[in-house]
Design a protein around this ligand. Structure first.
Ligand SMILES: [Zn+2]
Length: 357
């Protein structure tokens, strides 16, 4: 028996490299971009609504042989014309499926169908990187498929008590609210709150300081050398910090600094939108945010009004290089900077209550 097993193993060893080389091009061939995000420019008529029935969910990137990116088709969704919704990741294999984020609610069935095109494993774990609906909208649907949802405690609170929901707003779908939570602590900055050993991968959920929102998590795949850095970095449109949910541009600078420490030069950084990047592309972004904050601060200290600061066109040096540059995205960025350069409250109980313009 032992000799027979050895012989079979030997035959497989001979056979496998030929097959592997043909399909994957050998080691070091990841990430693979199958469908790059569209670059635009895009225009949508007034009153345009996303035709959700036309949005497809596609495998747009492969980060390792068993870690795929699911992302929506381009040119249809005015919130994200480069690729509808936020990237969702699926790690799959004999131990089942671990997902990062759940895409928009309207496309949940399509997200599952695409997932089922490459794995029939049970969906076991979901982690949410931040509360926005393009990353958590499919939560309840995937919870019903069996996913146990993890997030920061702050994200759970943002979902249960949304700051912007007025009377008569939609009820919270409790099935989609994270069931397992953890918190950010300045004492353990950069350390994973949760680690999963699954499908030959080691996956770390690393809670972030209040940055894009108050409840952000980045997700590291140690063997693939990949970090999903979600939305505090973007290379489509200008930066956005969700101040109503405790986010801030200054928090996003801290988040950039932490990523720069955690990532090696070859680490693939996966933003929620736009293109995949390496660490060297994060640094000019950080410099731009810091530059704009400093310039807005100077103008505000000179007594300039918001209208005057907006008119100063401070983003001009960056416009040519910023894909998805729109007046709305610029004005939002500058307005946020204007609000927080005068009044930047401390973090209390893991949250920062931001000033609102
Ligand atoms: Zn997003």
């Amino acid at each position: 028996m032992a000799r027979y097993a050895l012989l079979v193993a030997g035959l497989i060893a001979l056979a496998v490299p030929t097959v592997m080389t043909g399909q994957q091009g050998g080691g070091g061939s990841y990430p693979q971009t199958l469908i790059p995000p569209a670059k635009g420019p895009f225009t949508f008529p007034a009153g345009y609504q996303t035709p959700w029935e036309k949005v497809e969910i596609l495998v747009k990137e492969k980060l390792s042989p068993n870690l795929f990116v699911l992302h929506g088709s381009d040119t249809l969704d005015p919130a994200h014309p480069d690729g509808s919704g936020g990237r969702a990741l699926a790690l799959f294999g004999p131990d089942g499926v671990l997902m990062v984020d759940s895409q928009n609610r309207q496309v949940a069935e399509k997200t599952l169908k695409t997932l089922r095109s490459f794995t029939d494993g049970p969906i076991r774990i979901m982690v949410n990187t931040h509360v926005h609906s393009d990353h958590t909208g499919g939560n309840a649907f995937f919870a019903k498929q069996g996913a146990l949802i993890y997030s920061q405690e702050n994200l759970r609170n943002e979902m249960v008590r949304p700051p912007r929901r007025g009377p008569g707003g939609p009820a919270v779908e409790m099935a989609g609210v994270p069931a397992a939570t953890y918190s950010y602590s300045a004492a353990t900055i950069g350390q994973p709150a949760v680690t999963f050993y699954m499908n030959g991968e080691i996956v770390d959920f690393i809670p972030m300081m209040p940055s894009h929102t108050a409840g952000d998590t980045i997700v590291r795949f140690r063997n693939a050398d990949v970090i999903y850095i979600e939305d505090f970095y973007r290379n489509f449109g200008y930066p956005f910090a969700d101040q109503a949910n405790g986010g801030s541009l200054q928090g996003m600078l801290e988040a950039s600094d932490l990523i720069a420490k955690l990532a090696g030069p070859k680490t693939t950084l996966v933003p929620g939108h736009g293109t995949l990047i390496k660490k060297d592309e994060l640094l000019p972004y950080r410099a731009m945010v810091a530059d704009i904050l400093a310039k807005v601060k100077t103008l505000r200290e000179q007594g300039k009004t918001l209208k005057e600061v907006l008119a100063a066109n401070l983003t001009a040096p960056y416009d040519a290089k910023t894909l998805g540059d729109t007046q709305q995205s610029k004005d939002r960025f500058i307005t946020e900077a204007f609000d927080e350069v005068r009044d930047f409250p401390p973090v209390v109980d893991g949250k920062r209550t931001m000033p609102q313009h």
